[in-house]
Design a protein around this ligand. Structure first.
Ligand SMILES: C[S@@+](CC[C@H](N)C(=O)[O-])C[C@H]1O[C@@H](n2cnc3c(N)ncnc32)[C@H](O)[C@@H]1O
Length: 436
């Protein structure tokens, strides 16, 4: 199995052009012909315009009739191009029949080794960065390998349609796959996040400020959201980098960053990336994942990948702090509940009158995932009303499970607390770890 540590999905770069040509040659020799794949024998004709065309596609410039903006990525492993992805930013009627949002291929010498699944997972993250919660994919009914890759990434099959191309009828299967933004990315309600969490969680800010003071130096916050903690760290004088997948949350944070005094703004760097796949040039003295955000990673594979990324981004002697909310008893259907009002308030800053509700939707005890929905009913000062639903999903860890995972991933647990006042662990409360 390829490891996410060695494989990257990158925006095409000239230094990998020869690798891309190799990939085209291998696929071409195998008889694979795709719209987005170049003819290796005509390399001289396309090599000089390739990167400009990709950039135009991404920006939606000069597109031929019927085309939508698209982003191309290459899967790269130690200098070799293993695969390509074409991510269309939206669908047309024709793409709905055949093509879908994502087209991809892997070079034949790497077929059957898990690269397709890894590449599609990373492509789903790229789709999430565009704010897509769900994508549609298609594959030829005869292509069992492609269907299996889609299934491993969560495909829900829809219909199979006959499509006639060049006088040949092919049967095309169509599926939907949720991207990582389908839950936990606050795509609809990022503008209400701070208002809600000003009250829900406050005590952790002082804890992280104190931790950064003690451990000193540069800080990386994973899943930094709207900067509730990150901005306080920057104000305290720390150079801070924030990573988050959500375009909506990062958008709020960028607005705040623009209003900061120059010296503080210069200390904050923001990167849109998944916390299980980010790759930065810098190394950090302290990496934190506050406010239970680690639980947004819904599989063991992603959790391990995230911890491996953390390890690689720590400076020598660096520290890592993560926090989870353990399950309050065995996970079962009794965790589900009907829509309940949590609070009603008026936001003095915006004049919005907000009713916050929540609903417990499903429990998957085997995968330890609880899905719920936040509901905001918002009335503006002029009386207009909207109801916004925000899906959330969290993977739960008992104390034993999170400790075992941290230790298995090479961390030594130096401190363990039950709350941000550093009180000991006790049932029903959060778990907070400081590791190295
Ligand atoms: C509960 S908020 C926490 C935000 C901030 N750390 C705070 O304490 O207020 C969770 C954050 O995780 C982000 N997120 C969810 N899944 C993610 C992923 N796979 N990679 C990176 N960020 C993710 C969301 O966009 C959201 O901003």
């Amino acid at each position: 199995m390829p490891s996410i540590q060695d494989v990257k999905l990158i925006t095409p770069e000239p230094r990998y052009l020869a690798g891309y040509l190799d990939l085209c040659r291998e696929l071409w020799d195998k008889g694979v012909r795709l719209h987005s794949l170049h003819d290796p024998d005509r390399f001289e004709e396309w090599k000089d315009t390739l990167f400009r065309r990709y950039e135009d596609g991404r920006q939606g410039r000069g597109l031929a009739k019927g085309m939508v903006p698209f982003s191309v990525f290459w899967l790269v492993e130690v200098g070799e191009v293993i695969g390509t992805v074409n991510l269309r930013h939206s669908l047309t009627e024709s793409l709905r029949r055949i093509g879908g949002h994502i087209g991809y291929c892997i070079r034949p010498s790497h077929w059957g080794k898990g690269y397709g699944t890894l590449q599609l997972r990373l492509a789903l993250e790229e789709a999430a960065k565009l704010g897509l919660e769900q994508v549609m994919l298609t594959c030829d009914e005869s292509n069992g390998a492609s269907a299996r890759v889609m299934e491993k990434c969560g495909a829900r099959w829809m219909s199979t349609l006959p499509v006639i191309e060049g006088g040949v009828t092919r049967r095309i299967r169509r599926c939907r796959i949720d991207t990582p933004a389908a839950a936990n990315c606050y795509l609809r309600t990022a503008h209400l996040y701070d208002f809600n969490n000003r009250e829900v969680m406050t005590e952790d800010v002082a804890f992280y400020l104190d931790l950064a003071e003690q451990k000193g130096g540069s800080v990386l916050e994973l899943a930094c959201g709207t900067g509730r903690i990150l901005l306080e760290l920057a104000k305290q004088g720390h150079p801070v980098t924030g990573v988050d997948l959500s375009p909506a949350m990062l958008g709020r944070l960028r607005e705040k960053q623009e209003r900061l005094p120059d010296d503080i703004a210069r200390r904050t760097a923001l990167v849109q990336a998944g916390m299980a796949s980010f790759e930065l040039e810098s190394r950090f003295d302290l990496i934190v994942i506050p406010f239970r955000s680690f639980q947004a990673l819904l599989t063991e594979e992603e959790a391990v990948a995230c911890l491996e990324r953390v390890r690689r981004h720590l400076a020598p002697g660096g520290w890592f702090s993560v926090n989870v909310l353990p399950p309050h008893g065995p996970m079962g259907v009794d965790w589900c509940y009907p829509e309940l009002v949590q609070w009603r308030r008026e936001d003095p800053e915006t004049g919005l009158r907000i009713v916050k509700k929540a609903r417990g939707d499903t429990v998957d005890a085997e995968r330890r995932i609880f899905r719920n929905t936040y509901i905001y009913e918002v009335t503006t000062a002029d009386g207009s009303f909207e109801r916004l639903e925000e899906p959330l999903a969290m993977r739960y860890y008992t104390r034993e499970q999170i400790r075992e995972l941290l230790e298995r991933c090479g961390f030594s647990i130096e401190e363990e607390y039950g709350w941000y006042d550093k009180s000991p662990v006790s049932p029903g409360r959060d778990l907070i770890y400081i590791c190295r």
